[in-house]
Design a protein around this ligand. Structure first.
Ligand SMILES: Cc1cc2nc3c(=O)[nH]c(=O)nc-3n(C[C@H](O)[C@H](O)[C@H](O)COP(=O)(O)OP(=O)(O)OC[C@H]3O[C@@H](n4cnc5c(N)ncnc54)[C@H](O)[C@@H]3O)c2cc1C
Length: 266
């Protein structure tokens, strides 16, 4: 009953704070807190425009980060502090929370760092050791660095062009961290090519891995079928999948957003 209710109830609360992270991402802090687990998402609604899934970056205050790539996200970028924002949720299967004393590696690319931070924060509160890697195309694409730094034993940055941190993909830091720090569990969210590489690396080193998938969702609650992936629904069975599950999905790692936000096959 509770789950059914949460699919229907639309919350509208005031925007407490808007942070301009970079040329295309804004963080929206909402004057509200909810019971949510890392990896879950909200369906954020702009009346008359549409509804889109957004990862939860924090539950208190409720926080999301939005990249301006299209119709609905563009309208979200026009919202101002003090105005109302509407949403349903939380929805989706969360990440598995590590037990006390476990060592985890969290890897975020672009706005994928948002759910990864929420996980890292809760994992640290639960007594896990957290190492983190943030990847971006350039220095300008690195977001939520301070937040991750605050909850991690060590944080590493990589950029494709070397303008910040080590030059290359997140793998240049992830591989030695897995070996040297004796990582028990890796969690990742970001571009699929990156997550595919991380999942393969974890398979090679026999380390548990979870990834958060992004698919086009309309309802968020398993009714419309828009987010079907090889017989599974991203909204209900995911968005978090094990690395093994993700690697078995036929189009995993074969899609990316171009500069305009369009999802295209690689
Ligand atoms: C679980 C989950 C969590 C997410 N978390 C975040 C988040 O934290 N922050 C964030 O910014 N975004 C997040 N997203 C993405 C977000 O939900 C929207 O997809 C994104 O904001 C684009 O919506 P839009 O209306 O702005 O763009 P649209 O106008 O819908 O699309 C922009 C462009 O992409 C194309 N397009 C859209 N979907 C597809 C598709 N399936 N295949 C091919 N082309 C397509 C459109 O044709 C258009 O050219 C998440 C998605 C999921 C599934």
């Amino acid at each position: 009953m509770k789950k059914f209710e949460s699919t229907r109830i639309i919350h509208s609360n005031k925007i407490k704070k808007i942070i301009e992270e970079n040329y295309r991402i804004k963080t929206i802090e909402i004057d509200h807190s909810i019971e949510a687990l890392p990896g879950q998402f909200l369906m954020v609604w702009i009346p008359g425009v549409g509804e889109r899934p957004m990862s939860i970056g924090n539950n208190d205050p409720l926080t999301i980060s939005v990249a301006n790539v299209g119709k609905v996200s563009g309208k979200m970028h026009e919202l101002k502090e003090g105005e109302l924002i509407s949403y349903r949720g939380p929805f989706g299967n969360p990440f598995t929370l590590p037990q006390n004393g476990k060592r985890i590696l969290v890897i975020g690319g672009g706005y994928g760092v948002v759910p990864i931070y929420f996980l890292a924060k809760v994992a640290k509160e639960n007594g896990a050791g957290v190492y983190s890697v943030i990847g971006g195309r350039t220095e300008r694409d690195i977001v939520w660095e301070k937040q991750l730094f605050m909850v991690s034993t060590e944080t590493f940055i990589t950029t494709d062009d070397g303008s910040r941190g080590k030059k290359g993909t997140v793998l240049v830091e992830a591989e030695w961290l897995i070996k040297e720090k004796k990582i028990d569990h890796v969690y990742t969210c970001g571009p699929e090519k990156m997550m595919e590489a991380v999942a393969k690396l974890c398979k090679e080193y026999d380390v548990a891995c979870e990834v958060s998938l992004e698919r086009y969702m309309k309802c968020g609650v398993g009714v419309c079928g828009s987010c079907a992936v090889d017989g599974k629904l991203c909204c209900q069975d995911g968005p978090v999948f094990t690395g093994e599950e993700a690697l078995s999905i036929s189009d995993f790692g074969k899609r990316k957003r171009d500069a305009t936000g369009r999802l295209e096959d690689i």
